[in-house]
Structures are given as structure tokens and as C-alpha cells.
Design a protein around this ligand. Structure first.
Ligand code: G6P
Length: 623
């Protein structure tokens, strides 16, 4: 959801900013721009479209200078045009600002500015209004001030004063032509991290933009402002108090965020799942006690035993993992579970008992709606835990505890490995809560064995990638696709439909198989294939009925099933993808993978931009 990179040091800023933006492109790719200070003026280059376009522009019109700011945009206010691309300038043309977030009261601020004096706005953005506001406050305060150190303090003060008037969210970086080697940043609701280098410092929305230069990072909190120079930085609060923040080591390297030999990050991440699933369980299984060990929950056994209800909340893929979790935890621990869209949970008054335990599930740990849900839940006094991949994220830091996924960076916009890690972690939570209640040691052991068998079974599925590609290629003319599953595999139908929509742009829906006859069946026709996720389990024969109902109406059928199911579906389904047999409890981790591959190969066959699908962003930090 927009990416920001800032640099101040001794090297040329342009290549560092461009490289950082490329790494943040997953956050948005509607337009891109830089502002680099060269002597006493700010040079800006910006254009609609991807970073590649900006790189070309900068190759033709270089912007020299050793400090600057940059931005890759996911449009909120204003169309994705050259004019609306960041950075934006104040009235003097000396202050350039990039922004991630939404200024909700920008119209009032704009009206007030226009009443006070001439202001020429060249874009439709809320950001430009903020740039004018900060610039005006600074200019008014700097009249007659000659001491350059005072200018720095006044610029920070101007941003602080402006932000005190702002309603909304922001991650901000700004530079001023009159103040050399100086960047000011601020955050509220949109992440911002400071990278601490040797004789150089960085600002970025996410450490992946700067990890090639430094692994020392300071994660800013909401309402922090930061003044950044080559050899120092100073953090203060919106209220004006000085802050001190620890420097943390980034847990991955620049190597981890390379595509390697894979054509796309998405494929790389699908293929990483044997390892990421293993890492989600690593050190968390107690074979002796037949349970899971999740110290990060920060809860005593007595507190865990007293949990009477669980709420799982998240968005998109994370929500689907929560839906699998509902089945898992209810089955393993017999505790009622509710899954809530984070955006709904935070704005409605869900009745909550005092024994409710809330989990916010989020790969990025920055999704605005999920963060809002977490804060609302905490405000109401509920213990609220996180299931996050990004250990330094806001959700990870603000939750009362939780379980990290340790899946490694996920760059492809369509989430894959984070989903399977989330499902594995929810299984661990179900196992832990279950073993404190009615689950026997034998049952606990068999779940552990099922979990431990997953990496090898995932390897087997990955070997079928070429075969799945051939199946996918048969459906390039499909007008859309329907996905069906029952029980644990119903959320997999939703997730498979989401994957397909995200990267192929085909219309897709997921449903519980039995719902077919309550409406969806009206859509069935030869151009609209139905995918059934139907391992040979207790509900296989019920799925079979639904498959026959589609077949009778000439709908093509693709089945994801196990070997015995495949034998029964021979001659009935048009295409069969066979996954290894496994306990029902872990089956969703297996059935989703061929469908990730299916969506991927179909998207490639259709010529789609798999890692950067249109209109999407990986980390959605606006509501
Ligand atoms: C966006 C992404 C989805 C993702 C969702 C939640 O919509 O495009 O792929 O599932 O956000 O992201 P999170 O980081 O909170 O898991």
C-alpha cells in the first residue's frame, strides 16, 4: 500500500532509491517518483506506471545528489497519473513530500490554506495538501532565521504542527532544498523503518527496501517523528517528547528476497512450502507430551484452560486460514470459534465473553483492518494475540503475544506459503488447547505424526507442477471457475477461488459443495469449469453427488482428490489432480497447493503479471 524509500549518505541517491522502490513494488505499482536534492534545488522525476518506467526516465534524465526520497504508489485519492504521482511539493517548490496513507480531512485543510493565501495545487491528491501545509508552517516560522541548525528543528516542528491537524493515517518522508543532508519522517498507521548505516541512513516502509545496505533497523511507532542525517538520527513524538528506540537486527538477508532461478516470486514461494511448513512447526511439537509448545502466547496453562471462546480475525487469505482454523480448533479442542472479517469485527459490536481469546492473523502484520480489529479487541480488554510473519510489524508488536510464522519474506502479491504456515499454526493451537481438554495422548501423537509428514507430502505435490500446468492450459478459454469443498476443504475452495481471481482476473467463486444446488448451479455451463476439492474422506460420497449434479448439466469437472478418490472419479471428472493421502486435520495444507499451482500456471498461460496483479497490493495499510 504505497512504498517509501529515503536515503541520506555519501553515495548517489538515485540507484539506492530505485533499487529500494523495486523491492517495495509489491506495495503498489500505480506510479512512482523520486525527489533528490541537488545543491539548492529539488530534482523530481515521476511517472504513472511501474518502477521500470521511472528507471527509464531517470536513465534519460539523471537526478544527481546524495539524499532524497521516493515513492511507489497504490492510488487512493486521485487517478494513477503522472500529476498524481508522488513526491508532491509545497507552494515554494522547495519542500518535497511522499506519503503512504490517507489524509481524511484534506479538503478542510485545503480550504483553510486557500483562504489564507495563494496555493496552486497541481494534483488531485490529499498528499499535496499536506505538503503545502507543512511548507507554509515552515516558511512562516523560518522568516529571518539564519542558523542552519534552527532550520532543521523548524522543519521537524512544522511537520509536527501540521500532523497535529491531520485526521488519517500516514507514513511520510520529506526533504527541503534549503536544508542539506536532512530527511524528516513520521508515521501513524503506515509502517516506517529507519535503516542505520555507516555514514548513511535510510527510511523505508519495509526493511526489504534497505536490507541490501544494512541489517540494523529501528522500527518507528505510531506518532513518532524522525529527523535523519548521514551520521545521526533523532526520534521524537507527535507531542514533542524525545524518544529512544532500540536498534534491531533484520532477521533475513538480501539473498532471501531474490527470485533465484524462478520466473516469479509466487512460484518460488509455492516451492518453499516444504521448508516454510517445517519452520512453522520447528521446536513447537512435544512428542513426549503429545502436544504443541507455544511459549509466545505468553499464557499460563491455567489461562489456556480457561479459554471459553476463540475469535479469529484477518483479511483475504489470512481470513481463509482462520476459516480452516475454525474447523480445526472446534474439532480438536471443542471450543466455539468464530471467524470475523477484520473490517467487520472492528466496526461492529461483536458480543464478547470475558473468556474470549482473539487472534489477529496477518502475514504482513500491517493490514489496516486487521490492526484496527486488534486495537478494538485490546481496547475492550481482551487478550489479543497475533499470528504474523513479519516479526517487526505493528500487529506483532502491539499484540499481547502470539506465534510467528517464520515463513521468510513473501513477495508475490498472491499469498501462498503464508497461508499454509497459518493453517499449520492454527493446528498447533488446536492441538495445544485440545490436549488441555479432552484429546488423548494417542490422538495428540497421531496429529503430530500427521503434521510431521507434511513437508514430504508437499514435496510430492510440487513434483506434479508440470502435470498441473498441462491441466491449467486446457482451461485458458474458461470464462470463470467455480470451486467447491466440504468441511476442512470448504475454506480451501474460497482460497483457491481467491488465488484464481487475483492472478488470472477470471471470475471465480468458492462455495460449500452442498450450496451448489441453492443457486450456484444456475451458472453451470460448458464454459464454466467446477473444481471439486474432494479427498476420499467421510464426506466424499456427498461431494460425489454434487459432482454428478454438475456433470448432468455439462459443466467440466476438475477434481483434487486422493488416490482412492481418483479411482472412483475416473470417467466422471474431466481432470483429476491426486494429492497424497493424509489425516483430515492436515489435508487442507495439501489440497491448497495444487490449486495455488493451478492458478499460477493458468495466469502464466494467460500472460498475466503474476507477481503484480492489476489493482492489488500485498500489504493494505488503508481501510
Ligand atoms: C491483501 C493481499 C492479500 C492478503 C491480505 C491480507 O489483500 O493482496 O493477499 O491475504 O491483504 O494480508 P495480511 O498481510 O494481513 O495477511
Amino acid at each position: 500500500m504505497c512504498g517509501i524509500v529515503g536515503y541520506v549518505g555519501r553515495a548517489e541517491a538515485a540507484p539506492i532509491l530505485l533499487d529500494g522502490l523495486r523491492r517495495l513494488e509489491y506495495r503498489g505499482y500505480d506510479s512512482a517518483g523520486v525527489a533528490i536534492v541537488d545543491g539548492d534545488h529539488v530534482e523530481t522525476r515521476k511517472c504513472a506506471g511501474r518502477i521500470a518506467g521511472l528507471s527509464k526516465l531517470m536513465a534519460e534524465h539523471p537526478a544527481p545528489g546524495t539524499y532524497g526520497i521516493s515513492h511507489t504508489r497504490w492510488a487512493t485519492h486521485g487517478k494513477p497519473t503522472d500529476q498524481n504521482a508522488h513526491p508532491h511539493f509545497d507552494e515554494s517548490g522547495k519542500l518535497a513530500l511522499v506519503h503512504n496513507g490517507v489524509i481524511e480531512n484534506y479538503q478542510q485543510i485545503k480550504d483553510a490554506l486557500l483562504q489564507e493565501g495563494p496555493h496552486h495545487f497541481t494534483s488531485e491528491t490529499d498528499t499535496e495538501v499536506l505538503a503545502h501545509l507543512v511548507g507554509k508552517i515552515y516558511d512562516d516560522s523560518a522568516v529571518g532565521v539564519v542558523d542552519p541548525r534552527r532550520h532543521k528543528a523548524l522543519l521537524v516542528e512544522a511537520l509536527r504542527t501540521a500532523l497535529q491537524q491531520v485526521i488519517g493515517t500516514y507514513g511520510i518522508a520529506l526533504v527541503h532544498a534549503d536544508i542539506p543532508d536532512f530527511i524528516v519522517g513520521a508515521r501513524r498507521g503506515s509502517p516506517l523503518v529507519l535503516g542505520v548505516g555507516k555514514d548513511e541512513n535510510f527510511l523505508a516502509s519495509d526493511v526489504s527496501a534497505i536490507v541490501a545496505h544494512t541489517r540494523d533497523a529501528v522500527y518507528l511507532n505510531d506518532f513518532d517523528l524522525v529527523a535523519v542525517e548521514r551520521d545521526k538520527f533523532e526520534i521524537s513524538s507527535l507531542a514533542g517528547e524525545r524518544g529512544s528506540h532500540a536498534i534491531s537486527k533484520v532477521e533475513f538477508t538480501a539473498e532471501d528476497i531474490k527470485k533465484g532461478d524462478y520466473p516469479h516470486y509466487m512460484l518460488k514461494e509455492i516451492f518453499e512450502q516444504p521448508g516454510s511448513v517445517r519452520d512453522a512447526m520447528r521446536g513447537r511439537l512435544s512428542v513426549e507430551e503429545c502436544t504443541a509448545k507455544l511459549g509466545g502466547l505468553n499464557m499460563t496453562p491455567a489461562q489456556l484452560r480457561d479459554v471459553g471462546r476463540v475469535v479469529l480475525t484477518g483479511c483475504g487469505t489470512a481470513l481463509h486460514a482462520g476459516m480452516v482454523g475454525e474447523y480445526l480448533i472446534e474439532q480438536l479442542a471443542h471450543i466455539p470459534v468464530e471467524v470475523e472479517y477484520a473490517s467487520e469485527f472492528r466496526h461492529r459490536n461483536t458480543p464478547m465473553t470475558t473468556d474470549t481469546l482473539v487472534f489477529a492473523i496477518s502475514q504482513s502484520g500491517e493490514t489496516a483492518d486487521t490492526l484496527g480489529a486488534l486495537r478494538e479487541s485490546k481496547r475492550k480488554g481482551h487478550r489479543t494475540l497475533g499470528i504474523c510473519n513479519n516479526v517487526a510489524s505493528t500487529i506483532a508488536r502491539e499484540s499481547d503475544g502470539g506465534v510467528y510464522m517464520h515463513a521468510g519474506p513473501e513477495i508475490g502479491v498472491a499469498a501462498t506459503k503464508s497461508f499454509t504456515s497459518q493453517v499449520v499454526i492454527l493446528t498447533l493451537i488446536g492441538l495445544l488447547l485440545g490436549r488441555m481438554r479432552h484429546l488423548s495422548t494417542a490422538e495428540g501423537s497421531s496429529i503430530i505424526a500427521a503434521l510431521e509428514s507434511l513437508p514430504e507430502k508437499i514435496e510430492q505435490i510440487l513434483k506434479m507442477s508440470d502435470q498441473i500446468k498441462e491441466v491449467a492450459k486446457k482451461y485458458v478459454k474458461a470464462t470463470g471457475m467455480l470451486f467447491f469443498g466440504r468441511q476442512f476443504n470448504f475454506p480451501i475452495a474460497l482460497e483457491a477461488a481467491l488465488k484464481l481471481k487475483e492472478i488470472t482476473y477470471l471470475y471465480a467463486e468458492g462455495h460449500p459443495s452442498a450450496e451448489l444446488k441453492h443457486g450456484v448451479i444456475a451458472l453451470v455451463k460448458p464454459e464454466l469449469p467446477s473444481v471439486f476439492i474432494a479427498p476420499d474422506d467421510a464426506v466424499f460420497s456427498k461431494n460425489m453427488n454434487n459432482i454428478e449434479q454438475v456433470r448432468a448439466r455439462k459443466g467440466p469437472i476438475i477434481a483434487v482428490t486422493t488416490a482412492s478418490g481418483a479411482a472412483k472419479l475416473k470417467g466422471i471428472a474431466d481432470d483429476i489432480i491426486t494429492v497424497p493421502d493424509a489425516d483430515d486435520i492436515v489435508m487442507p495444507v495439501l489440497t491448497v497447493i495444487p490449486l495455488q499451482l493451478f492458478a499460477y500456471h493458468l495466469a502464466v498461460a494467460l500472460g498475466r503479471d503474476v507477481d503484480k496483479p492489476r489493482n492489488l497490493a500485498k500489504s493494505v495499510t488503508v481501510e
